[in-house]
Design a protein around this ligand. Structure first.
Ligand SMILES: [Zn+2]
Length: 366
């Protein structure tokens, strides 16, 4: 059975839903048709002309990158820069390009969790949880269908709070309604006010699965016109967001820890602020350009904050209280292809897949 681009995109988006991406981003399918049959998958951090050549030579027609090739709309495609040349080359060779970017950064188990795993951190959690992404659902169900509807809601993705699932609050009461002329009521009589013992089920859901949840609810609920309410919540969503924080198993000397980072991420040169003479236990990090989350790292009690890149002036704040370690954008995110590999190869074991052998890091260290 042939595997299509759409099927692979669906597997990636199940792990890292596109609505989790940041506002500036452009993750998802960049080039190609969703129903194209995939001959093989090449994984990379950045799409360059050499990467497209590599895929072509392998006979693979799907490139999955972390960084999107296309960020801004193209007004012309004449080959005047590498993005335009890549578009021309990909189209000419029938290659599709898909990118899992900040949606993969922000997902639980995504880029930053993987960096934490490489460092051996435990008790890892999101550093800056996403805001304005949760909804509360309250639905009124006849007691006979309470269990069925609750299960359907949980199966559709409701009720996840931290590492707990199946979270709901249930209270019994009395619902009333009067069915009009053209109704087909599940209970009660047309024209009479009816009262029914019902349960109010309350649960929580991320806003991006709202349509799926409402569809499942309407299918499982026995009433012709189920009554339900959806409220936006001010709560942060701890299951998605920027950066992570975790702890080392044992305290580590700060210089020793910096050397450990240098080795794990094969960094030509670890830039860091002054050592404090305090051992490292709590580690916060964000792959790529994550300097803007350093205040959150400090507020969470981190001894060190690791990110890919930072501007000079971003490094002056809080240096008495926490070390900043800058390990390079490419270096910090290089293991992202391992996440992509696991997702694709476990869902589609028969699709040829490999990680590029080309380093697309434009920065060298002398
Ligand atoms: Zn990046």
């Amino acid at each position: 059975m042939a595997t299509t681009v759409k099927e692979i995109a669906n597997a990636l988006e199940k792990f890292a839903p596109l609505p989790l991406q940041d506002g500036f981003d452009n993750a998802g399918l960049q080039i190609g048709l969703t129903d194209a049959e995939v001959t093989g998958v090449l994984l990379c951090l950045d799409v360059t002309e050499q990467i497209i050549d590599e895929a072509t030579a392998l006979g693979y027609n799907l490139i999955i990158s972390h960084h999107p090739l296309l960020f801004r709309p193209l007004k012309k495609i004449t080959g005047s820069n590498y993005v335009e040349r890549c578009v021309i080359k990909a189209l000419a060779n029938g290659i599709s390009i898909y990118s899992a970017h900040t949606n993969l950064d922000n997902a639980q188990g995504g880029v930053n969790y993987h960096i934490a795993y490489k460092l051996g951190l435990k008790n890892v959690r999101i550093l800056v949880p996403k805001e304005n992404t949760l909804l509360k659902l309250a639905v009124y169900v006849p007691i006979s269908h309470e269990e069925k509807v609750r299960k359907v809601l949980f199966d559709a993705g409701c009720g996840n709070i931290g590492n707990y699932d199946c979270c709901s609050y249930n209270i019994n009461g009395k619902g009333t309604f009067r069915a009009g002329e053209n109704c087909n009521p599940y209970c009660g009589t047309i024209g009479d006010i009816h009262s029914e013992e019902e349960t109010r089920i309350e649960t929580v859901l991320p806003a991006h699965i709202k349509n799926r949840v409402v569809r499942a609810l309407l299918e499982a609920h026995p009433y012709e016109e189920p009554a339900y309410d959806l409220y936006p919540l001010m709560n942060e969503w701890n299951n998605a967001g920027s950066g992570v924080i975790g702890e080392l198993n044992d305290e580590c000397d700060e210089k020793e820890f910096l050397l450990r980072i240098k080795e794990i991420f094969a960094v030509g040169c670890v830039k860091h602020t002054s050592l404090r003479g305090v051992p490292i236990k709590k580690v916060a990090l964000c792959g790529g350009a994550g300097a803007s989350f350093s205040n959150a790292a400090l507020a969470s009690g981190a001894d060190i904050y690791i990110t890919g890149e930072a501007r000079y002036h971003e490094l002056f704040d809080n240096t008495q209280k926490m070390i900043y370690a800058i390990i390079g954008h490419y270096e910090s995110e290089q293991y992202t292809t391992e996440i992509l590999h696991t997702i694709v190869s476990s869902a589609f074991p028969n699709v040829p897949i490999r990680t590029t052998e080309i380093s697309t890091n434009p920065i060298n260290y002398l």
